[in-house]
Design a protein around this ligand. Structure first.
Ligand SMILES: [Zn+2]
Length: 252
C-alpha cells in the first residue's frame, strides 16, 4: 500500500555499501524505520532524508506475515531542513539529544501527532534562536514524557490537595507533589523542593498549550534549578544515560 507521510528524520543508518535506512517520527505511524534502496548514492533523496530534515515521504507499506510492517521509500520532498541548527555545534548537539530521547521512548502507534508537534516546535525555536538552548532543553525534557503518558500529578499536594505552598516537594519515585507538612521521607535523595516560581514553571511546561509553551523566560538562578529538576525527571523515568546529553554538557 502506498502512503504519504510527513516526518522528521531522527537517525540515518547505512546498510551495506549503497542502501540506507532512516528512523522517522510521523504523526500517522509513530516512529518507524524506512528503507531507502540506493540511499547512500542517491542525490534525489539526500536532502530530504538526512538527519533533522522534516519531509514529505511517499512510502510503500508492506505488512509481513509475522505481523511486522516494513516501509520502503518511493519518493520524498524536503519541507524544512532546519539549516541554522546544522551550522551550530551546540544546537546540533541539543537536536541530537531530542532525537535520542524520542528514539529511546519509541513506539509504533497512532496518536503521535503531539510528540511530532512538540519536537517540530522545539526544532523551530532552536533554529531561529528565539528561545535559549538550555531553557529549550528543559521544556523538551519535561514535556516529552508528559506527551507519552508520564505526566505527573501536579494539581496539588497528593495528600491534602493544597494547591501551592512556599515549599512543595516533588517526589520522583511517585511522580507526585506534597506540601511541606505532608511530605515524609527517610532521606532527601528522591525529592526536590519546588518553591512557588519553580512549581509554576513546572506546571506551565506540563500543561500549557503549544502556542504558549515557548514564550517564557527564566532567570539564570531558576534555569539552574529547573535544569536539575528536568534532568532528574528524565533520569528517574527513563533509567538510561544518554550519550548526546553528555556531549551537549561537555561543549557548553
Ligand atoms: Zn499536604
Amino acid at each position: 500500500m502506498m502512503l504519504t507521510l510527513k516526518g522528521l528524520i531522527l537517525r540515518e543508518r547505512n546498510i551495506g555499501e549503497i542502501n540506507k535506512s532512516v528512523s522517522v517520527i510521523t504523526a500517522e505511524r509513530g516512529v518507524i524505520d524506512i528503507f531507502i534502496r540506493g540511499g547512500q548514492k542517491s542525490v534525489k533523496n539526500s536532502a530530504s532524508t538526512q538527519l533533522f530534515s522534516y519531509s514529505q515521504l511517499c512510502v510503500d507499506e508492506k505488512r509481513k506475515a509475522s505481523g511486522h510492517t516494513e516501509y520502503y521509500l518511493n519518493s520524498s520532498e524536503l519541507i524544512c531542513s532546519f539549516h541554522n541548527i546544522r551550522l551550530d555545534i551546540k544546537k546540533t548537539a541539543l537536536a541530537s539529544y531530542f532525537c535520542e530521547l524520542i528514539l529511546f521512548s519509541r513506539t509504533e502507534q497512532a496518536g503521535y501527532a503531539d510528540v511530532l508537534r512538540l519536537v517540530l516546535n522545539s526544532m523551530h525555536f532552536l533554529d531561529n534562536g528565539k528561545m535559549e538552548s538550555d531553557l529549550l532543553k528543559c521544556v523538551f525534557e519535561f514535556r516529552l514524557p508528559c506527551e507519552i503518558g508520564i505526566r505527573p500529578d501536579l494539581v496539588g499536594c497528593a495528600c491534602c490537595f493544597k494547591y501551592e505552598d512556599d515549599k512543595m516537594h516533588f517526589d520522583f519515585r511517585e511522580n507526585k507533589i506534597f506540601c511541606d507538612e505532608c511530605y515524609v521521607s527517610d532521606d532527601d535523595t528522591d525529592d526536590m523542593v519546588l518553591d512557588k516560581t519553580l512549581l509554576y514553571t513546572v506546571r506551565f511546561i506540563a500543561l500549557s498549550e503549544f502556542e504558549k509553551l515557548f514564550y517564557f523566560r527564566l532567570s539564570e538562578r531558576y534555569l539552574k534549578k529547573l535544569t536539575a529538576f528536568t534532568e532528574s525527571f528524565i533520569a528517574y523515568n527513563f533509567k538510561n544515560s544518554f550519550k548526546t546529553l553528555d556531549y551537549y554538557k561537555s561543549i557548553r
